[in-house]
Design a protein around this ligand. Structure first.
Ligand SMILES: [Zn+2]
Length: 235
């Protein structure tokens, strides 16, 4: 009886959280009251990071008319599948309505310099602890060094806030804590972006056919990163 009540409560909370996702909650992220649309660069470590971790941010920005570009710092060639994974990344980008995809072949500093010349106004970062992968940490640290040494004053940089393991696997339920967390920061340095179309995360991740195995299907189903991203300004 006790277990039945616990499971029933979890199901009710899960459904209530999904209802909240499809309600009218909206963040004021990058909304300065003008119709100006931004050029935005999302920096990721591997093909599939965009679908597994950043789809709420991507959907939020593209649905509001911002031009999103992705810089992927590797082609995921660890198992000799670089060519396949690059194609999968292009397919996922199409699903996510990303304007342009850049794969880093030119060294991180040269890439930054080339991309900066295009006057990007904001950067998203893979964050230090999303999955604990060393490449995520390296990209995160590399971006911080770049910001310190090379980025112009006008450059806005934001990072994805990592959550603990309980929140990470709480699916849509985490939106309540994410909203509370962002609303506690009234200075505008933290924003909670809710994925208004979580199904798109599944479609995008399914384009990474070589990676679309059972445990990643479970991850996308139960990960809070499928439903919500909290972004924090870092410069
Ligand atoms: Zn990754």
């Amino acid at each position: 009886m006790g277990w039945f009540l616990v499971i029933s409560a979890l199901v009710v909370i899960w459904i209530a959280s999904l209802c909240k996702i499809f309600s009218s909650y909206s963040s004021g992220f990058l909304n300065d009251g003008t119709p100006q649309k931004r050029n935005i660069l999302l920096v990721i470590a591997h093909p599939d990071d965009e679908s597994m971790f950043f789809s709420p941010t991507i959907n939020f920005l593209t649905s509001r008319g911002h031009k999103l570009h992705i810089l992927c710092m590797s082609i995921g060639n660890a198992d000799g599948m670089g060519t396949i994974r690059r194609e999968e990344l292009y397919k996922a980008s199409t699903v996510l309505k990303v304007c342009r995809m850049v794969l880093a072949k030119c060294g991180i500093i040269n890439c930054w310099q080339r991309l900066l010349n295009r006057k990007y106004q904001a950067v998203r970062l893979t964050c230090y602890g999303v999955s604990g992968h060393c490449n995520h940490r390296d990209v995160h640290n590399g971006v911080r060094v770049f910001l310190h040494n090379k980025a112009p004053q006008s450059f806005e940089a934001w990072e994805l806030v990592s959550t603990n393991i309980l929140r990470k696997y709480s699916g849509p339920v985490d939106i309540w804590l994410s909203i509370l967390f962002s609303e506690a920061h009234t200075s505008g340095t933290t924003h909670c972006l809710i994925n208004e179309c979580p199904r798109q995360s599944f479609f995008a991740m399914a384009q990474h056919a070589s990676q679309w195995v059972w445990f990643r299907k479970l991850f996308v189903t139960f990960s809070s990163y499928t439903f919500v991203n909290t972004l924090k300004r870092i410069n």
